[in-house]
Design a protein around this ligand. Structure first.
Ligand SMILES: O=C(O)C1=C[C@@H](OP(=O)(O)O)[C@@H](O)[C@H](O)C1
Ligand SMILES: C=C(OP(=O)(O)O)C(=O)O
Length: 443
């Protein structure tokens, strides 16, 4: 364990550039590993989760090499040609690696064992086992559909049309990736839109993907099997989920004025910015442009008096990983913030509703935990009291970073029991925080 107390700070000032998007980085490695020839990736997130994906693709025959900072070259094997890994695929803390790779393997004539850390081993895999079994894969999982599990792919797999029972981009992507090596057309029906990086990137790599939107907003996404993927040059935009911590920090620490560069603003990911602005947060887009086929901007954020808000549950999928950071903003806002429709937060790296409720209360915030959300009564800009002991992060990077931000806007600081999980998605987080905090305050 690496405990650390995050102390109150003066204004945060300066510029930072958040690392590459985690979702896009996983997919860049996977799809490059399935294209025939060499793909080049820049801006790749070199966090532990993405490195787990890279190691798995190597174990299945692709050449995956780091050529510089964030720069990677991948020689793919071609759809249908993944090799059987000799050892268990060690997925660490990463749900995305596990579920998307299960999809890939499900339509290849190979078998793989998946293992993960204590957090990942508690997370539900039944949601991917169900559709992948319908496609013909055989799965032998621990009780309750958990890791460790053994998956034997089907050859040929059976194309299905699958309606998502939960709003999950990982389940959608698992089925679409399985569809790549399945004869015919595989379809996912998505009643609630989730991040669409898989659809965008599959198309970019040359797969035949169609997306039809029904009058009620349901998306019908189809991929034609036995796709031939062409190698690509990919620039990964910055991760809005990592930017979230600095957006909230800038809003809640008095006197702050900072720029977060290169933030991906794909509409399926941009819910937090919308909600923070509706709370009164000053967040300006400085230069909107496209990076790797995704909308991107530099965001200037200034300390603001925030007001509590009732967050529309329909926004949840577009900010699902940002709720821990939003809860911190809410704890410092004027008035009450109500969030609902967040059952999915209970099955992330930790139960993010209960863990954030306990952690924020320990830091002096007033709130109530609902079955599917939190009701937070803000401090109207008064610093939080701070914690006496350490708050428990339960191997959850986003809890650690959110409570670090809470510490910056507290009287006595917030102690986090373990900062190591931060490296799964944002290894440079603490360095960047130090960089902003040591900038001279402007007069
Ligand atoms: O597809 C992805 O890259 C992700 C989808 C989301 O998970 P769910 O599909 O479980 O909602 C998100 O929480 C995760 O961090 C990354
Ligand atoms: C939920 C997350 O990731 P994963 O599902 O890939 O572990 C996250 O990064 O917040």
């Amino acid at each position: 364990m690496h405990p650390r107390r995050f102390l109150p700070t003066g204004p945060l000032r300066g510029r930072i550039r958040v690392p590459g998007d985690k979702s896009i980085s996983h997919r860049a490695i996977m799809l490059s590993a399935l294209a025939v020839g060499e793909s080049r990736i820049s801006g790749l997130l070199e966090g532990e989760d993405v490195l787990a994906t890279a190691a798995a693709m190597r174990a299945m025959g692709a050449q995956v090499e780091r050529t510089g900072e964030g720069a990677w070259a991948v020689h793919g094997v071609g759809v249908g040609s993944l090799l059987q890994p000799e050892q268990a695929l060690e997925m660490g803390n990463s749900g995305t690696s596990t579920r998307l790779l299960m999809g890939l393997i499900a339509s290849h004539p190979i078998q793989a064992t998946f293992t993960g850390d204590a957090s990942l081993s508690k997370r539900p895999m039944g949601r991917v086992i169900e559709p992948l079994s319908q496609m013909g894969a055989e799965v032998n999982a621990s009780t309750g559909g958990k890791l460790p599990l053994i998956l034997r792919g089907a050859a040929p797999a059976v194309p299905i049309s699958y309606r998502l029972p939960v709003a999950s981009a990982q389940v959608k992507s698992a089925v679409l990736l399985a569809g790549l090596n399945t004869p015919g057309v595989t379809t996912v029906i998505e009643p609630v839109p989730t991040r669409d990086h898989s659809e965008r990137m599959l198309r970019g790599f040359g797969a035949e993907v169609s997306v039809d939107i029904e009058p009620d907003g349901t998306r019908v996404i189809s991929v034609t099997g036995h796709a031939e993927l062409r190698p690509q040059v990919i620039e990964v935009p910055g991760d809005p989920s990592s930017a979230a911590f600095f957006l909230v920090a800038g809003l809640v620490v008095p006197g702050s004025d900072l720029v977060v560069e290169n933030v991906g603003l794909n509409p399926t990911r941009a819910g937090l910015v919308e909600v923070l602005r509706a709370m009164g947060g000053s967040i300006d887009e400085v230069a909107r442009r496209e990076v790797g086929g995704e909308p991107v901007a530099d965001l200037r954020v200034r300390h603001s008096a925030l007001s509590g808000i009732e967050v529309d549950p329909a926004l949840a999928p577009s900010m699902i990983d940002e709720f821990p950071a939003l809860f911190v903003a809410a704890a410092l806002a004027q008035g009450t913030t109500i969030t609902t429709g967040l059952d999915e937060l209970r099955v992330k790296e930790s139960d993010r509703l209960s863990v954030m409720a306990t952690a924020l209360q320990a830091a002096g915030a007033r709130l109530e935990e609902l079955e599917d959300g939190l009701v937070i009564h803000g401090s109207a800009g008064e610093p939080l009291r701070g914690t006496q002991g350490a708050i428990a992060t339960h191997l959850d990077h986003r809890i650690a970073m959110s409570m670090a931000v809470a510490g910056l806007a507290s009287r006595t600081g917030v102690e986090v029991d373990d900062t190591r999980p931060i490296a799964t998605s944002f290894p440079a987080f603490e360095t960047m925080l130090a960089q902003l905090a040591t900038e001279e305050p402007a007069v």
